[in-house]
Design a protein around this ligand. Structure first.
Ligand SMILES: [Zn+2]
Length: 93
């Protein structure tokens, strides 16, 4: 079920369920991000942004070993984290 962001009321809220799928494949555990916010609002919040950046580094190292095709997606994350994370998680399904 789609949930709308509690802060901006516009974007779809971040789904930690998607990330749970990704962790099942052996990926690094994501930080405890608030499920009621969208990724844009999470990235706009300095505290959450720091968690995302730390996790991004783990994700990068893991993806390099595991999934060559996904490395490109992770590089996109470095440049454009908001769009890239959704596509990256989708690509693991
Ligand atoms: Zn939002």
């Amino acid at each position: 079920m789609r949930m709308i962001c509690a802060r901006c009321g516009r974007n779809e809220a971040f789904s930690s369920l998607k990330l749970a799928e990704f962790v099942k494949r052996g990926g690094p555990a994501p930080p405890p991000l608030p499920p009621e916010l969208c990724l844009k609002c999470i990235a706009d919040d300095p505290a959450y942004r720091r968690m995302l950046d730390a996790w991004k580094d783990q994700l990068m190292a893991w993806a390099k070993e595991q999934f060559a095709p996904q490395v490109r997606a992770v590089r996109e994350w470095l440049a454009r984290p908001l769009e890239a994370i959704d596509r990256f998680v989708e690509s693991l399904r």
